[in-house]
Design a protein around this ligand. Sequence first.
Ligand code: GTP
Length: 306
Amino acid sequence: MTAVTQSDSTILIIDDNADTIRLLSAMVRGQARVLFATNGAAGIDIARLQRPQLILLDVEMAGMDGFAVCDVIRRDPALRSSAIIFVTAQSSPEAEIACLDAGAVDFIPKPLNAAVVQARVRTHLRLQAALATLDGLAHQDGLTGLFNRRHFDSQLATEFARHRRHGMPLGLALVDVDHFKLYNDQYGHQQGDACLKAVAGAIREGARRPGELAARYGGEEFVVLLPNTRREELLTYGDWLCSRVTMLDLPHPTAPTAPAVTISVGLCSMLPAEGDTPEALLHKADMALYEAKAAGRNRGVVAGPD
Ligand SMILES: Nc1nc2c(ncn2[C@@H]2O[C@H](COP(=O)(O)OP(=O)(O)OP(=O)(O)O)[C@@H](O)[C@H]2O)c(=O)[nH]1
């Protein structure tokens, strides 16, 4: 494997012929960072590590051929966003159709023509960039820029299973803006939206540890997923999050709690065991949030140990 040039995109060439690799690299090196592998298995390993936008895949290779490599890559969810272009000397319509049916996005015929290769690569890099943007938007909340509920739900399921496998405690914080109806009544919906954006910013910047994920759970409710976090660590986290929002100093004169916008936080940590569900973790955090509201708001409450 070698890096030929640096750019935002990465192209992986998988080919067992060194001359073809040299030729293809020279043709596309101005368009992206170029990596290469000289057999299918090594190519798959590099793809998993480097997540290239494009893979230029030789069909006829000794050992694992291009179709077998394509099959492994297409089945790997982690490589969903890597597009495959087959490179082959077989240019019959049947061969072309077989490449596309195997899951490739395109087909480059040999002998290689530099202008054709570059045009195809340019087009697919552009498409890949557009897809990546769309993919990002599909996971984002439009108002606050935090992750949306759908993304959170899927990450929660993944993390719950991972924490169960590794015997680690998974923490969760449910955040609700206090007396937000009164805020909207006082300032109008538009300023209410601006307030939610500011609160979301404070929550996002507070999610500093690797793997922490902040999302908008709905309306004026947010959620933070806290990997490998014990109950004791949550005791200060909730109040710390509250203080981050208080420090925004957003006036809220009609709120009975305080003259500024505040939040309440319900927290829970669970060591997931067989039979436990993500819903149970959410439910416990929700109950703790209810307690925080009932106890006067602007505070964090951690669900008790079982
Ligand atoms: N501006 C704005 N308001 C929203 C949005 N989503 C929900 N809301 C408002 O948030 C308010 C939530 O009110 P409630 O659930 O009664 O709770 P609250 O007034 O915050 O009171 P407590 O939660 O008990 O402290 C409602 O008035 C909703 O209309 C949004 O996207 N933008």
